[in-house]
Design a protein around this ligand. Structure first.
Ligand SMILES: [Zn+2]
Length: 231
């Protein structure tokens, strides 16, 4: 099992952990620290190393399919399957992906393009980069179960929301690192209350304003509290 510090150091070196900001996470919650996971995927050697560590948690011969949600999870599924296959005595572990549709609360995942046909009756590991609420992983797990796949583990690079197995359909969670980042609903957010500008370069900051009909012209935009219409 990887140690927390090594993985955090790898992320800090290449993943651009951004602190002391005001961001809207993909879950819609607000926070002050952002792990720029998209910056991770251009570093193929690091991705490979992280996936090798994640693959080490499993008996390779027992895993038929590794599936992750697009985009990041699809890359991780490929690399995890690569490392599992390197350790198999026979047979093959197949990578698959679940396509993300919609954003925020409307986000859902579908398994198609033939990946749905490799899941029925198989032993499956779900993989993703960051766990915040576990909502995305849960939806992928449900999708696999609907196709009669048996999910035996959820592997993630970082569990940043203290997500527990009961949040993801009772599936055991293997996280390379656990980080506790404060997050708040928009109503509870102390940064919104203090008028700290939302960073529109990361997370869902830009969408946050667009959904409210506010055009984002520069990288940053001061939050405007809009009153509900009264008539
Ligand atoms: Zn806020």
């Amino acid at each position: 099992m990887a140690n927390n510090e090594t993985v955090m150091q790898m992320l800090a070196e290449i993943g651009k952990i951004i602190r002391n900001t005001h961001v809207v996470y993909s879950s819609g919650r607000h926070g002050s620290t952002f792990i720029n996971k998209d910056a991770l995927y251009v570093h193929v050697q690091t991705i490979s190393k992280l996936c090798k560590l994640m693959a080490a948690d499993y008996d390779a011969d027992q895993i038929d399919v590794v599936i992750g949600p697009t985009m990041g999870g699809a890359v991780l599924a490929q690399w995890m399957a690569f490392h599992l296959n390197a350790r198999r005595s026979a047979g093959e572990t197949l990578p698959a992906f679940a396509e993300k549709l919609g954003e925020g609360e409307n986000k859902r995942f579908i398994i198609k393009r033939g990946y749905d046909s490799v899941i029925p009756g198989k032993t499956v590991v779900v993989v993703d980069d960051l766990l915040t609420t576990g909502a995305s992983s849960s939806k992928v797990i449900q999708g696999v179960r609907k196709l009669q796949g048996k999910v035996i583990g959820l592997s993630v690079i970082c569990n940043r929301g203290s997500v527990e197995p009961q949040n993801v359909g009772g599936v055991p969670i293997h996280a390379l690192t656990n980080v506790t980042l404060d997050s708040w609903s928009e109503e509870e957010c102390p940064l919104c209350r203090d008028g700290v500008p939302i960073n529109t370069n990361f997370g869902r900051g830009k969408a946050f304003f667009e959904e409210r009909g506010v055009a984002v012209l520069s990288g940053r935009k001061r939050i405007r509290k809009e009153k509900a219409p009264t008539d």
